[in-house]
Structures are given as C-alpha cells and as structure tokens.
Write a protein that binds this ligand. Structure first.
Ligand code: 3PG
Length: 305
C-alpha cells in the first residue's frame, strides 16, 4: 500500500524515519509532502495513495474526492476538527487519531507560556510566581491530566472541570473537581483550555465566562482558536485591564489583540506538539495504526464510526 505523509508543518526527521521503518517493515511504501503551500500540491499528492498521515492539515471533501484509492486517514495528534469525518465516512474512509501521543508536549508548553507571562514576558520587571495560585483546567483529557501533573510540581492548587468526566474521577487524581465551567473561571487565577473545537464549544469562551475571573486572571489557550469568541474577548480586555490572554494559536484578530501590550501573547506558529518526542510518538503510532488496519482491519482508534 502507498502511504502519504502530508504535513504542512513537518515532523522532526527522526519521526519521519520512524514512520518509514514501521511502514516499510510491513511492506508498505511511504511518500512525503512537507511544507506545501498550495492546496493543489495536496490534491495531486493524494491521487493514488491508500493511506494518509496528517497533522492539522485540512482534509476536506475536495481532498477526499481527489484521493480515489484512499482507505484510511490518520491524524497524528488529538484534535481532528481539520478533517471532514462525516464525508470521509460517506466515502468509506476510516479516520483515526492518536490520542495521548503528543499531550505531554502541549502540557509542558502551557507552563512555558505561563512562566513567561507571570514574569512580564521577560521584560526585566518584577513579576509573580505560579506556586500557590489556583489553576483551572477546562477539560480533563490527556492534555488536561498532564497539565495537572506538572502544575502540582509548581505547587499550584489545581482545579478541573470536564462535562464528560465525573467530579469523583477528577478528584481521584488529586485535583479539585468543580460543578461547572463557570465555577472554574470564578475560582481560578489561571484557566488553561483543553476543549476540542466542536459545534458545542465554538466561541464558547466569551465575554460572560472570562469576566467571571478574579482580578489579574489569565486565560491560556493551547487548544483551538475556534473556541474563543474573539470579538467578545477583545471587548472584555479593553474593559478590564487586569486580564491576560495567552495563546499557542494565533487568533484571526491577532492585530487587534496586539493592542493589549503586556496582556496578550501568541506564538508565531502553533508549537504545542512541535517536539521531537511528540512527533516520534504520534508519527510512529500513526504508522502502526495503518499497518494494523491493513493487516487485520483493526479500527480501535476510529473516530468516524
Ligand atoms: C493536536 O490536536 O494533536 C494538537 O493540537 C497538535 O496539532 P499539530 O500536530 O498541528 O501540531
């Protein structure tokens, strides 16, 4: 079978080698399309492939239609909002993700961003510490759990809310469970977002919810830009000069946010999962899942059943 690795944002070379080794050992061929800048390059590359490994690359109906032999797409990562999973299902194409494989990388970045923020973006002025502060984790999945683990090392007081994880399960991990998303924002000094981008979460982080935060509140977003109501957050940041918004996903309204100097920071390019370790973990898991699918029909990680 022919496997395309299509990554606008490439994996570390060691991950690409790992993918090739796994696939070739099972008799498959691997082709690479990295750093592509034009949709047509992707449409051409998918024409004769049986499987695809992608990151946040957009797998639209147009891409799926162009991929006449495609049987399986693996999102080497967690969020699959960039893939039209329903259309893939209609076409009989299996879509899988690789849950947990890059979550430590994202969680570590949360703390990189937070230390940078509470130390005034390293401008030399006296800042503050994370120890003793209340950290709220919105969604207690793989990334949220890693954030909780690291936060304890910083001596933070850790809270979480997840509408799909009972409070008791959260508390088993030594984390305070709260009863609602709003309560999390009310109680915590910092809220870290780990919700996926879905129809329900779209623009859900809005004026009302962020305004519940205490003086000096910080929202850190390593999830998706789509979960933010950008216009409302801009309005709130203009009204409340004590709040900060820090993100690994540049908002559409980046220029407007940049007016809030010292209270807004966005990484130039999404880099939460951009580590050799995360690339190797997610890339090799993706290759193994393809090998297993073609060998036995294994669909354990399928997300479009
Ligand atoms: C994910 O959903 O796995 C993360 O957001 C990482 O995305 P990336 O592979 O595009 O860096």
């Amino acid at each position: 079978m022919k496997i395309l690795v299509a990554t606008e944002k490439p994996f570390a070379p060691a991950a690409v080698n790992g993918i090739k080794n796994e696939a070739q050992a099972a008799g498959h061929e691997v082709v690479l399309l990295e750093k592509y800048t034009d949709k047509q390059q992707l449409l051409d590359a998918v024409a004769d492939v049986d499987a695809m490994i992608v990151r946040s690359d957009k797998v639209t109906p147009e891409v799926l239609d162009a991929a006449k032999n495609l049987k399986i797409v693996i999102r080497a990562g967690a969020g699959y909002d960039s893939i039209d999973t329903a259309y893939a299902k209609e076409k009989g194409v299996v879509v899988e993700n690789t849950p947990g494989q890059n979550s430590n990388a994202v969680a570590e970045l949360v703390f990189g961003l937070l230390v940078f923020t509470v130390r005034n973006f390293f401008n030399g002025k006296s800042g503050s510490e994370l120890k003793g502060k209340k950290l709220g984790i919105l969604a207690f999945g793989n990334v949220g759990r890693n954030v909780a683990r690291i936060a304890k090392g910083f001596g933070m007081d850790v809270y979480a809310f997840d509408e799909f994880v009972p409070k008791e399960k959260i508390e088993e991990q030594g984390v305070h469970g709260v009863n609602s998303r709003d309560e999390l924002f009310e109680v915590c000094d910092v809220v870290s977002l780990h919700i996926p981008a879905t129809a329900e979460t779209r623009e859900s982080i809005n004026y009302q919810v962020v305004n519940l935060m205490k003086k000096g509140g910080i929202v850190v977003n390593t999830a998706r830009k789509e979960v933010i109501n950008e216009a409302e957050l801009i309005k709130l940041l203009a009204e409340r000069e004590d709040l900060k918004y820090i993100t690994d996903i540049k908002p559409d309204a980046d220029e407007e946010f940049r007016k809030f100097e010292g209270r807004y920071f966005a990484t130039p390019k999404k880099m939460g999962a951009q580590t050799a370790e995360a690339n190797i973990n997610a890339g090799i898991a993706a290759a193994k899942q393809i090998v297993s699918y073609f060998a036995t029909g294994d669909e354990k990680f399928r997300v479009n059943k």
